[in-house]
Design a protein around this ligand. Structure first.
Ligand SMILES: Nc1ncnc2c1ncn2[C@@H]1O[C@H](COP(=O)(O)OP(=O)(O)O)[C@@H](O)[C@H]1O
Ligand SMILES: [Mg+2]
Length: 257
């Protein structure tokens, strides 16, 4: 029995199911630099949306403004109909809108176990969540490393730890900024595995930003292309990735890897 089959038998509280994120007329400016101008994006309940685009397009800023670490200059963000614009990162994450913990933001001198415990504590989840991640820890080869310092782990495993740490907070919308960057081929497939687990067992909506077009094709039924703060394409990967304006703005530039 795979982990997913085993876990599907668990009945999840309704609160764990995915939420709808709606971005209305969002503008962000840093001094004189305009990152977005009246951006509109909706992520439906349970949807997996890929966002791609050249460096500097505003992808990370989008995640930052959703999660409250950057302020919107204009516009509003709603989560399941509740406005979250301007709320703190902590408030937004407690509602279930969570970005993956980055390798650089793991609690550095702590052990793998302690990092996961802190993520559980931070989100107010219960310790029973440990049972639900045992399969992921096994597959990511983190089980034998639980007592090791997280900052001594190889890079790929630190990234996997970051994903596990976001998972234990039971997100309803998960925002993944370049989860596959710097990973080798085998590790990239662990990102697939993680997404599958998150979708099946948490039912969460997922926004995934990455430069790995194979990964985006595999995981995202819908892809949106951001270029200089504007959406230049939005649709099925096959259509979007063969779109002339997308090739000109991004794919043709050799920027995709
Ligand atoms: N804190 C900041 N202060 C000033 N400019 C910023 C800040 N964060 C991002 N930017 C600028 O916003 C633009 C978009 O950056 P970013 O969101 O990181 O793009 P991407 O993730 O698509 O590569 C860039 O021009 C970047 O220099
Ligand atoms: Mg970025």
């Amino acid at each position: 029995m795979t982990i997913s089959e085993e876990k599907r038998d668990n009945i999840l509280p309704a609160s764990l199911h995915g939420g709808r994120l709606q971005i209305d007329n969002l503008s962000v400016r840093f001094g004189g630099v305009r990152v977005f101008q009246k951006l509109n994006i909706t992520i439906d309940k349970g949807e997996v949306l890929g966002i791609i685009g050249p460096n500097g397009a505003g992808k990370t800023t989008l995640v930052n403004v959703i999660t409250g670490s950057v302020s919107a200059t204009e516009g509003r963000i709603f989560f399941d109909g509740h406005e979250i614009t301007g709320r703190s990162t902590h408030a937004v994450s407690r509602m279930g809108v969570v970005r993956s913990f980055q390798q650089t933001s793991t609690f550095r001198p702590a052990s793998v176990r302690e990092n996961i415990s802190r993520a559980i504590l931070f989100s107010g989840a219960s310790d029973s969540v440990w049972q639900r991640i045992s399969g992921l820890l096994e597959e990511f080869e983190l089980s034998p490393q639980l007592e090791e310092r997280s900052d001594k782990l190889p890079y790929g495993q630190q990234k996997m730890l970051g994903l596990v740490m976001s998972y234990v907070t039971s997100p309803r919308v998960l925002l993944l900024d370049e989860p596959a960057a710097g990973l080798d081929r085998r590790e990239r497939h662990r990102v697939d595995r993680f997404l599958d687990e998150a979708r099946r067992n948490l039912g969460c909506s997922i926004l995934i930003i990455d430069h790995d077009m194979d990964l985006i094709r595999r995981l995202c039924p819908r892809v949106l292309v951001l270029n200089a703060g504007s959406v230049i394409a939005d649709g099925r990967p096959a259509d979007v990735l063969s779109d002339r304006s997308v090739i000109d703005a991004y794919l043709g530039s050799g920027d995709e890897e």
